[in-house]
Design a binder for this molecule. Sequence first.
Ligand code: ADP
Ligand code: MG
Length: 663
Amino acid sequence: MNVKDMQIRKSDGIGPKTFQILKDNNINTIFDLINIFPTRYLNFMETGLEQDNVFIKCTVFTLPKMTFVKKNLSYMTFDVTYKDRIVRVTIFNRNYLEYKIKENQVIYVTGKFEANRNNIIASNIYFSLKEDSFEPVYDFNQIPSKTLKKIINNVLDKYSIYIHEELPEYLLKRYNLPDIYTAYKYIHNPSSELEYQLAYKRFKYEEFLTFELKLQYIRQINRTSLKTPKKWDINVIRDFIKTIPFELTDSQKEVSNEIYKDLKSNYPMNRLVQGDVGSGKTIVAALAIYAVALDNYEVCFMAPTEILAYQHYENLSNLFKDTKIRIEVLTSSIKGKTRKELLDKIKNHEVDVIIGTHALFTDDIIYDNLGLVITDEQHRFGVKQRQALREKGFNPDVLYLTATPIPRTLAISLFGDMDSSIIKQMPNGRKKVKTKVVLEDNLDACLSFLSNELDNGHQAYVISPLIEESDKMDLHDVYKTYDLLKEKLPNYKMEILHGKMKQTEKDEIMNRFKNKEFNLLISTTVIEVGIDNPNATVMMIFNAERFGLSQLHQLRGRVGRSNLESFCFLITDDTDKARLKIIEETTDGFKLAEEDLKLRGPGDFFGLRQSGVPKFKFGDLIQDYRVLENAKNDAYDLVFNIGLDRYVYLKDKVNKEINSIKD
Ligand code: ADP
Ligand code: MG
């Protein structure tokens, strides 16, 4: 038996109301229950009244007076003595405390102190506190922390033998981690800060290890499945390369050779190609496509959005115009008869390259002979999808393209199931985007420069961090920016684009922008993925301090895509100039990623939605990145040297994780 399969019961000391709340929140098993973690710990640290947020030990001086304002709103006030003064305490919606508060009783009050009114707006009152202990605070859907703490500690003890240790003992020893039962006790009933910190250390490691095991396991599966090596006439490729209007960079040649080696091997390719924006990944993909098509296989090319799918379609059609390669686009907006005809073509292998958004592997699409899958940004092509394809008799080579620069060390840990290539070099003669940090106060000068560019027939992007106004933060939002620019630059046409719009709406606006139907695109960061409008020469980013360097670099990559001189303005207040200065000088995406990593801020570095970077519950990719590295090495060792079969619980856990990978 295992707590993971044991349902919670009322006989576990859970009252009917609490039981219902737990059920309603999907807490079904004992395992679910003990994995409700405290959001923080309370430790009595007397603050005094010299600050706004206070926590004091005081004595009740007068009995509470209740005031009922309306239904569901009441408050109670009473006086306490604290050291040599009398202070008023106000607390809302705690009628039930009225008769508990007695004269001369010692209580603990925490809340906000309003010095001018000599009043504490209390958020909580405690009647007893072990002053040297750490109380877990759960914030779990109206179940009082005390109740939850009691229930959880109770079941922890009652079912301790059904909580199985999943980590090998030698690893616990290696890193001085508590065993699983102790770790839960440290979380739910710590007697010191150190205890719950130790517990967190364990859960972090466990989370990373499971993740890395999954990757290594996938790698092992891939290594044991065979495919037919692909073959083609290299002379045809050479002739094709001669038709490309530019010389390939050394990096492009190198990476293409790595891909060709994979295609010719007995094992399916699983390769990630990282290359900065504009490094020329498309041609590398095209060379792979051409070789595979020459061997008479079909190729799927997945793009994150429809507009990018059509962009790839245009580019590839252009590149392949003198060849026999047939290309089609298949997206969810292609429906009815057209779709049916297209599916027939795919089935009869009357098309070589199918470019689409995600749904290229739904059941109604039948391939004749699928040999290669390429995904551009965002998509992870999981084990499950591979498995589904294998069941249909395909074991395609898979190539991932990404412009998200991830520091090498981190990439090894995060994409450990893949081989990786980097296009290090930019094509010759690419003009640098002139980048300037501009203080908000100098906005007008910047706008007059912008209008100059627009007068020359060029276009511009203007980015704001928010869609709508927020009462929490004083930041630019797209609507405010629109109003501002309408006022300051009344003679130009502008449109708004943001992530809450429908895909079709977004596509329409992007297309009109590409067709030069308006001058200014006012947007959130939704435009950061791969959009190509060579006529746009200015990128203006408001509240630049809100973005990671990598993200700013991605945004900057939207301009400078032709031989026109291009500009990027980072508008900011004074506080963040030093960090932003880095981007004025550096155009190397990998260097900026490393800087981001150093300067920290996981939100910063991984602000990129398309990066395919997994989310962790306990671990922080940047702060805990050494732990991740250890976990990666340990996982490799477990899978390839020691053998996971010796650790049944762990193996089981990893298998479950693999099965739950989303399609
Ligand atoms: P990305 O890596 O961002 O996807 P693309 O493949 O879209 O970059 O290439 C960006 C631009 O650079 C395209 O216009 C492409 O034709 C051009 N390009 C690619 N490789 C070279 C090269 N070796 N020399 C000159 N221009 C190139
Ligand atoms: Mg691209």
